[in-house]
Design a protein around this ligand. Structure first.
Ligand SMILES: Nc1ncnc2c1ncn2[C@@H]1O[C@H](COP(=O)(O)OP(=O)(O)OP(=O)(O)O)[C@@H](O)[C@H]1O
Length: 261
C-alpha cells in the first residue's frame, strides 16, 4: 500500500504491552472531495492487538476512514504510518455477487494464502463459523448471515494483523449476530490481531473494555465505554439511544452504617 510507510520501531525505556505495541498511526488525516471534508483531522494510534470500535451517525465518514486505512483512498491531508508490515483483513458492509458469476464458497476461501495457517487452524475457523455445509454453495445463493460468515472466514484465513469490520452485523438475525460477536470477542491466540470494528450496535460497543472512537468527520470523543458514556459529545449524539447500565460506585464520604460503628 503506497500511502503507508513501514517504520522500524526503536525500543524505549518503557516496556509496552503486546496489545499496545503500535501497529498503525493516523497523523492528522483528512479526506476532501469536491471541497467537501468527509474526514477531518483524524489522529489515531492502533495497538498491535487492540480492538477499537468506531461509532458515529450516518454520513459521519466511518466507511471513508476505513477506505483510507485500507489504502483504497489516499489522505488528501496528513499521513498514515504503519509501524510493522500490514496484513489486512476486511469484511465489508455489503457484498453481493452477480447471479451470472459462478463463485462457490470454497472458491472464495481458496483465495486465502494457505501458508499462513496450519490445516488444523484453518479447519478451526471453518468449524467455528459453521461453514462445512456451505462450501459447495454458490455465493449469490447465500443469505446475508451466511455471506458475512464466509467473508469473516476469508479475512481470517489470511491471518491478518489488522482486521477491519465495517458494520459486519448489519441486517443479521440475533443468533447469527451473537455467534459472530462471540467469535470476534474471543479469537484464539493464533488469530489474535488488531481490530477496527465499525458498528451501530451500541450495546456491543459499550460492553467490555474496547476503546471506542466516536467519529463525526473528526473524532469528537474517544475512550473506554464508561468514560465515554458520560461525555457531553457522546450524550449529544447517542444519549437518547443508550442508557448506561447502573453501576454502583462506592463513595468516599465519612459516614458509617450503624453496624460498622
Ligand atoms: N466519493 C464521494 N463523493 C462525494 N461524497 C461522498 C463520496 N463518498 C462518500 N461521500 C459522502 O461522504 C459522507 C460520509 O460517507 P461515509 O460512507 O464515509 O459515511 P458513514 O459514516 O460510513 O455512513 P453510514 O453510517 O451511513 O454507513 C456521506 O455524506 C457520503 O454521502
Amino acid at each position: 500500500m503506497s500511502h503507508v510507510s513501514p517504520r522500524k520501531h526503536t525500543s524505549d525505556a518503557q516496556p509496552v504491552s503486546p496489545e499496545r505495541t503500535p501497529l498503525l498511526s493516523l497523523h492528522d488525516v483528512s479526506y476532501l472531495i469536491n471541497r467537501q471534508r468527509l474526514v477531518s483531522h483524524v489522529s489515531l494510534d492502533i495497538g498491535a492487538q487492540e480492538t477499537i470500535s468506531v461509532i458515529g451517525p450516518n454520513g459521519a465518514g466511518k466507511s471513508t476512514l476505513v477506505k483510507l486505512i485500507l489504502g483504497l483512498l489516499a489522505p488528501t491531508e496528513g499521513r498514515i504510518e504503519a509501524h510493522q508490515p500490514l496484513q489486512l483483513g476486511y469484511v465489508p458492509q455489503r457484498f453481493s455477487v452477480p447471479a451470472i458469476l459462478p463463485l462457490r464458497v470454497k472458491d472464495v476461501l481458496a483465495q486465502a494464502d494457505k501458508r499462513r495457517l496450519s490445516r488444523e487452524q484453518r479447519d478451526y475457523i471453518l468449524e467455528r463459523l459453521s461453514l462445512a455445509d456451505l462450501l459447495s454453495r454458490q455465493m449469490h445463493h447465500l443469505s446475508g448471515g451466511e455471506t458475512q460468515r464466509v467473508l469473516l472466514a476469508r479475512a481470517l484465513l489470511d491471518k491478518p494483523n489488522l482486521l477491519i469490520l465495517d458494520e459486519p452485523m448489519q441486517g443479521l438475525d440475533p443468533d447469527t449476530e451473537a455467534l459472530l460477536y462471540a467469535f470476534i470477542d474471543a479469537l484464539p491466540e493464533f488469530l489474535r490481531c488488531a481490530m477496527l470494528v465499525v458498528s451501530h450496535d451500541l450495546h456491543w460497543v459499550m460492553r467490555g473494555s474496547r476503546r471506542v472512537v466516536c467519529l463525526n468527520k473528526h473524532i469528537c470523543c474517544e475512550g473506554q465505554p464508561a468514560e465515554l458514556a458520560v461525555t457531553p459529545e457522546f450524550q449529544d449524539l447517542f444519549g437518547h439511544h443508550y442508557e448506561q447500565p447502573y453501576v454502583h460506585k462506592p463513595h468516599a464520604c465519612e459516614h458509617h452504617a450503624p453496624h460498622e460503628m
